[in-house]
Design a binder for this molecule. Structure first.
Ligand SMILES: Nc1ncnc2c1ncn2[C@@H]1O[C@H](COP(=O)(O)OP(=O)(O)OP(=O)(O)O)[C@@H](O)[C@H]1O
Ligand SMILES: [Mg+2]
Length: 252
């Protein structure tokens, strides 16, 4: 039976969010009164020109930067009210980042990079290595687990970063320009993989990209310009998957 969860709280509720950076005698407005909500399992792309505030928005939601005004509610809680300890817990447990430049540790293998984040939350060696292997298999790297980043292509490294992000089983994935360093086809593969896994595992995703050709993988596209939302478009509720199956993005 199809269930409707529209009555549930939004996973992310952004209200009048502003961020001004102060530089000596001038103030740069990176975000200006931005408001939107994101529902469970939604894949939202954040688009817009360079300097429009995309990374700022992701960093604020990720709790690694503080807003000048407005609020960010995650699962009904305002993260601005969090103590440092609660904020750390939020970053550790609820969300995962994938950065543009992979940010893998070069002296650790793919497997060890994934295990490292699992060590933050799990104790048993056996559980850690099993879960790391599962995640790397999910992104198709079962044969490359013991390779170092320098032995992997850009796309493979990005897949390790995705495996690492998913390993924590976050509610929310924040992904900043995952394809910036990749060619079109590899970038397309990466975003299609993110979309597939996010749908299977009902993850809520905010993904920053410049690439309009990737829009087909979004449920919704929010476009920023000069720190303001200039459009917020939901894709058709009925979307056809690559394999021809019809899925309903609204039923989650
Ligand atoms: N720490 C900072 N101090 C001062 N200004 C900043 C800081 N971080 C960002 N800005 C400014 O805020 C604005 C928005 O920056 P942001 O990094 O969010 O843009 P973006 O949309 O991610 O751009 P890009 O596509 O180039 O990554 C820019 O004008 C930028 O110069
Ligand atoms: Mg950016």
């Amino acid at each position: 039976m199809i269930s409707h969860h529209k009555e549930l709280n939004s996973v992310i509720k952004i209200s009048n969010l502003s961020k001004h950076y102060k530089l000596v005698d001038l103030s740069i407005s990176a975000l200006e009164n931005v408001s939107f909500t994101v529902e469970l399992g939604e894949i939202v792309f954040i688009m817009g020109p360079s300097g429009s505030g995309k990374t700022t928005l992701i960093n604020l939601i990720g709790g690694i930067d503080n807003p000048t005004g407005g609020s960010i509610e995650i699962l009904g809680e305002d993260i601005a009210q969090y103590s440092d300890k609660e904020l750390t817990l939020y970053r550790k447990k609820r969300l995962a980042f994938v950065f543009q430049f992979y940010s893998l540790i070069p002296t650790l293998t793919a497997r060890e990079n994934v295990e490292l984040v699992l060590e933050l939350t799990l104790r048993k060696r056996k559980d850690i290595s099993k879960l790391a292997e599962e995640q790397l298999t999910l992104v198709g790297l079962e044969n490359r687990m013991d390779n170092f980043p320098f032995q992997l292509s850009g796309g493979e490294r990005q897949r390790v970063a995705i495996a690492r992000a998913l390993a924590k089983s976050p509610d929310i994935l924040l992904i900043d320009e995952p394809t910036g360093q990749l060619d079109q086809k590899t970038g397309d593969n990466i975003v299609s993989l993110i979309q597939k896994i996010a749908k299977e595992k009902k993850k809520t995703v905010l993904l920053v990209t410049h690439d309009q050709e990737l829009e087909c993988y979004a449920d919704r596209v929010i476009t920023l310009r000069s720190g303001k939302i200039i459009s917020d478009e939901s894709k058709s509720l009925l979307t056809q998957n690559d394999d021809g199956r019809i899925s309903n993005a609204a039923n989650i």
